[in-house]
Unconditional design. Structure first.
Length: 316
C-alpha cells in the first residue's frame, strides 16, 4: 500500500499492508488532515520515524466484532495498555505504556490502511461528510479546554490564530463562551471574523479570567501570562520547543492556575460538528491526493494557510 513515511526526509512509498492484532480493526483511510504536530515531526520533534498522521476518517474493513464491518469511523489517537495504574483510574490518554498514532510507537493515518484498537473507534453520523468528520480529533482536542471549568458566558481570550487556536476559539464560542482571538495573519483573522469571532490584532486588552495559549512560541507564552487575571486560569494548549523564562513569582502572588491541555473526548466534538455551528469546511485551504503529500506539507507550512487535507478515496 501507499503511505507517507518519515525517515530523515518525507516520501510517499509502498509499504507492507498492516495486519490487526487481537482486538484491533483494519481501517481503510478516506481522508486525513495535516496538523502542526506533523510539521514539527518533520523538524525532528520526538525523533519520530515511520508513517505520519493521526487525524483521519475511514471505513472498517476487518474487525473482531462483525457489527463494525463497513462502518465509517474516526479514531482516538492514544492506544493504551488498559492495565497500568493510570488506565485503571480512567486516564487512558496518560497511559504509562501508551502508543500514539503517527507519533509514538504506532504507524499513522497517512496511508491507505491502518490498524486501530476497536475501543478507539467512534462511528461517524451519516449527516457528516468525510471533509467534516476528519476534523473530529483536532476539534476534540480544542474543546478539551472547557473540561477545566469554562462555562457559557465566561470571557476567554485565545492567543494564536493558527489551526489549533482557531478551533479552540470556535469550540468555546459553540459552548457559549465570549471569545476573543489574538493573531497576526490578516487572511485568517478576516475569515474568523466572518465566522462570528471577535478578533484582536495585537492591541492591548484588559486582563482576562480565562486565557488560552495556542501560539507555540515563547513570546506567546509570556504574553498569555501577562493577560491572565489574578486568580484566573491560563491553559497551555500548545508546546514550545524552546525553554521559556516565566515569571513564576507572578503565578504565586496572583494565584494564577496554569493548566496543560492535550486530547479531548470525541463524542462532544462529533455532536458539535453535527450541529453545523462550527463550519470547519470553510477552514480547509486545499486538498491534495496522498501521492502529492510532499506538496501538501509545503502548502501547510505557509502561515496564511488554515488546513490542508489528504484525500485517499480514489486510491482503490
Amino acid at each position: 500500500m501507499l503511505a507517507v513515511v518519515l525517515d530523515g526526509k518525507i516520501e510517499v512509498r509502498e509499504v507492507p499492508e498492516p495486519r490487526p492484532s487481537a482486538g484491533e480493526a483494519l481501517v481503510r483511510v478516506l481522508m486525513a488532515g495535516i496538523c502542526g504536530t506533523d510539521l514539527a515531526l518533520l523538524d525532528g520533534y520526538k525523533d519520530f520515524k515511520g508513517i505520519l498522521g493521526h487525524e483521519m476518517v475511514g471505513i472498517v474493513e476487518e474487525a473482531p466484532d462483525p457489527r463494525w464491518l463497513g462502518a465509517r469511523v474516526v479514531a482516538e489517537i492514544n492506544v493504551s495498555c488498559g492495565t497500568c495504574s493510570l488506565c485503571r483510574e480512567g486516564h487512558r490518554k496518560h497511559c504509562e505504556n501508551r502508543g500514539v498514532l503517527g507519533l509514538l510507537g504506532r504507524p499513522g493515518a497517512f496511508a491507505e490502511r491502518l490498524t486501530v484498537p476497536l475501543a478507539n473507534l467512534h462511528r461517524v453520523p451519516d449527516s457528516l461528510s468525510d471533509e467534516e468528520a476528519v476534523w473530529t480529533e483536532p476539534l476534540a482536542a480544542a474543546m478539551a479546554v472547557a473540561e477545566w471549568g469554562v462555562r457559557s458566558g465566561d470571557a476567554v481570550i485565545v492567543l494564536g490564530d493558527g489551526r489549533l487556536g482557531s478551533l479552540v476559539a470556535l469550540g468555546l464560542q459553540y459552548l457559549g463562551a465570549r471569545v476573543e482571538i489574538v493573531g497576526k495573519q490578516e487572511i485568517k483573522l478576516g475569515l474568523l471574523e466572518k465566522l462570528g469571532l471577535r478578533v484582536n490584532r495585537g492591541e492591548p486588552r484588559p486582563i482576562h479570567p480565562w486565557v488560552v495559549e495556542a501560539t507555540g512560541t515563547v513570546s506567546g507564552l509570556e504574553q498569555s501570562l501577562c493577560w491572565t487575571k489574578p486568580r484566573g486560569t491560563l491553559i497551555l494548549k500548545s508546546t514550545c520547543h524552546d525553554f521559556a523564562n516565566l515569571n513564576t513569582s507572578r503565578i504565586v502572588v496572583d494565584e494564577i492556575r496554569v493548566i496543560g491541555s492535550r486530547c479531548g473526548d470525541f463524542q462532544p466534538a462529533l455532536e458539535a460538528l453535527q450541529s453545523g455551528r462550527i463550519p470547519v469546511r470553510r477552514l480547509v485551504s486545499k486538498v491534495f491526493p496522498l501521492t502529492k503529500a510532499k506538496e501538501a506539507f509545503l502548502e501547510c507550512a505557509s502561515p496564511s494557510v488554515f488546513k490542508v487535507l489528504l484525500d485517499l478515496r480514489d486510491l482503490d
